[in-house]
Structure formats: C-alpha cells, structure tokens
Design a protein around this ligand. Structure first.
Ligand SMILES: NC(=O)c1ccc[n+]([C@@H]2O[C@H](COP(=O)([O-])OP(=O)(O)OC[C@H]3O[C@@H](n4cnc5c(N)ncnc54)[C@H](OP(=O)(O)O)[C@@H]3O)[C@@H](O)[C@H]2O)c1
Length: 338
C-alpha cells in the first residue's frame, strides 16, 4: 500500500432542472489511497467550465454524464506529492490533469502532464488563458474562423475565459473592428478599456441585432465567434458579410433551458451570403497546443495579452462557483483555489 490522505470531493447529488442549485451537489470527505505504482497529487486549482453543465444531465453527448453519488471530474492543476520510483514525475512538480472537483487525485502517471512554470505568468493561467479555453479561442478564431488581417470579428460571451482571449487574439492578429457582447455594464467597459475591443455592448440592454448593427457601423462582420447561440447567433447572421464564417464554439444561453431551443429564424441568410458555419471541439485540435503556447505564453509574459480570472476560495464553494459562472458571476476564467 502506498500513500494515504484524507480530503474533500464534490459529488453530483441530483440532476438539475434548469439552473443548478446547491442541493444538486454534495461535498464529501473521503480517504484517498495511492496504490504502489500510482501518482498522488494535491490539487491547487480546479477548473469550472460550462460543458460541465451538460454532464450533469443524463443525456448522451460528446463527454459522458457525471454519475449520481459519484465525484465529478474536470480540469485541474496540482502538485505531485508522490510518484513511483523511475517515474518521470517527481514531488513538487506542477501537473495538469482531469481529476478535478477533489482535493487529492490519484492515477497512472499518463494521467498527468507536467507544466513548467513561466516567469511572469501565474500558474492558474494553465487552466484559462494558457489552457483549454485559450486554445479554444485560438482554434476557433484562426483555424475555424480563418481570420485574415483587417477582417471584423464579433464574439459573444466576450468577458469570459474563451471570449476574452478571442478578442485579444483578434487584436494581436490585426483584425479590423473587434466587437464583443457581455452581460453587464462593468464587463462592457472592461472589454473596451482593458482588453482592447473597439466596441462592446450589453446584450441585456435591448435587441441584440440593433446593438450589433450599431456597433458594426457601415461595415458588417466577417467572423462571428459564437459562445452563446440563440438571439446572438441570429443577430450575427444578419450582420455577417458575404463569405463570412461562424465558429460555433458553444451555446450557453441554452444550457439551462428546460424546453427545446428555437433556432435562429434567419438561417437561410447563409445561402445568399455564402456563409460557413462550423462547429468544433477543442479536444480534436490538441496537436495545435505547441504552436498556441509558443505564441501566447510570451504575449502574456510581455503584457500584450491579459489574463482575466475570477478565483473562488475553497473547494466547499465549488458548487457556488459553478452556479455563478453559468449566470455571469465571473470575469475571465472561473477557477477554484483549493
Ligand atoms: N467547443 C469547445 O471545444 C469549447 C471549449 C470550451 C468552451 N466552449 C464553450 O465556450 C463558451 C464559453 O466558455 P467559457 O469557459 O469561456 O465560459 P465563460 O464565458 O468564462 O463563462 C460563462 C459566461 O456565459 C455567459 N452567459 C451565461 N448565460 C448567458 C446567456 N443566457 N446569454 C449570454 N451569455 C450568457 C456569462 O457571462 P455574461 O455576464 O456575459 O452573461 C458567463 O460568465 C461556452 O459556450 C462553452 O460551452 C466550447
């Protein structure tokens, strides 16, 4: 028998209907044992992501549902406590892995990927700007959206983990007008003042199509990076120029809906405008990780790209962080500091 520790974990207590509530989660104390040959990791930061909402439903998807009464999982950054002799891992190393929602993780060494700290970059960025959400922004904007210099970009969910990176990467890649939407005045101000968006609006202030048309001025948009779906997708279809692209990343306006969503009513505009709408999953593009890190890590260290994150303290508050993130409580990446 190897090392043994006691720690908390978050379990799925009940499948939510609509927006999750505290009663859908249970915090439990558990003893974690690392059998000989396995790696024991103490988690430092836990990732809170929108796709986890889908996993709380009992519905087939591209990732299997969480199991009732069992610990949930998700991205995490931890520190190796012990590793088997001969393993490339050693105590004290920082590792990224998928055994989140718990204080201690145990697994085969293949489950953990070492990350080397980058001077000037806080480690939690490996879960956000330098991690999965940042890569999602990079892939969606450059590979799927095929941004060319001078083209205009609209991104919804712009003050979130993915959206904030989309706007900043668009700027770094010499986009034309960069427009973002978000759900509060403070977020809208932040987009223009701190992240370099040219225009931003609060989607709660009135019809999105009118606000987007106003933000576009005389030109339309060439790329819509869709984090939200629904009304914002419909507005973007109206404002896209011929040959425009939609990088379909997510549809968070629909994740808590209990009834079937109505589609954009103007989808047929895609024909006359020769639009391309393409869904994508970041997990299909992991081969682009090295290029992404090579470009984005120095940009962060040099202050060209800003790392926004909202840090919630303690695993006890992870359910609250998840519920809050789904309702806009976060600016940038939502993480829990264990
Ligand atoms: N395809 C992929 O591989 C992939 C990978 C990662 C993420 N995603 C998707 O990317 C999107 C953003 O993810 P993220 O991790 O960056 O999350 P996030 O934007 O950091 O957090 C979620 C945000 O969604 C916004 N929101 C909630 N309900 C909304 C509604 N009804 N209408 C408009 N906005 C709403 C809230 O901001 P406001 O205050 O602005 O409302 C909230 O802060 C999600 O759709 C996610 O599923 C896809």
């Amino acid at each position: 028998m190897g090392d043994q520790v006691t720690g908390r974990e978050v379990r799925l207590a009940r499948r939510p209907s609509g927006v999750p509530t505290q009663a859908d989660f249970e915090i439990a104390m558990t003893t974690v044992a690392a059998p000989v040959g396995q790696v024991l990791v103490r988690n430092l930061f836990l990732s809170v992501d929108p796709y986890m909402r889908g996993r709380m439903n009992d519905a087939p998807s591209y990732v299997p549902p969480f199991q009732l009464g069992r610990v949930m999982d998700g991205g995490a950054l931890g520190e190796v406590i012990s590793a088997p002799a001969g393993s490339p891992l050693s105590p004290g190393q920082l590792v990224l892995h998928n055994l989140g929602w718990r204080e201690y993780a145990v697994g085969d060494q293949q489950a953990f990927r070492v990350v080397d700290p980058i001077p000037g970059v806080r480690p939690s960025a490996f879960l956000g700007a330098l991690g999965m959400p940042g890569l999602t922004a990079y892939i969606g904007l450059l590979d799927i959206g095929q941004l060319a210099a001078g083209e205009s970009v609209f991104v919804s969910g712009a003050a979130g983990a993915v959206g904030g990176m989309v706007g900043q990467l668009a700027r770094v890649h010499h986009a034309g007008r960069v427009i973002g939407s978000a759900g509060s005045e403070a977020k809208v101000e932040h987009l223009v003042r701190d992240l370099g968006f040219d225009r931003a609006f609060n989607y709660r202030d009135g019809p999105v199509v009118a606000q987007l048309a106003e933000a576009c001025g005389d030109g339309g948009i060439d790329i819509y990076f869709d984090n939200v779906g629904g009304e914002q997708l419909e507005a973007a279809l109206s404002c896209l120029r011929p040959q425009g692209r939609v990088a379909m990343c997510g549809a968070i306006s629909q994740y808590n809906q209990t009834e079937a969503a109505t589609g954009p009513r103007n989808l047929s505009l895609a024909v006359g405008k020769r639009l391309r709408l393409q869904g994508f999953l970041v997990s299909d593009h992991m081969h682009r990780q090295a290029a992404f890190r090579q470009e984005v890590a120095p940009a962060i260290a040099d202050g060209l790209i800003r790392v926004d994150e909202t840090v919630v303290e303690s695993i006890e508050n992870m359910p609250e962080a998840m519920i809050g993130m789904l309702q806009g409580a976060n600016l940038g990446k939502m993480v829990v500091k264990v």
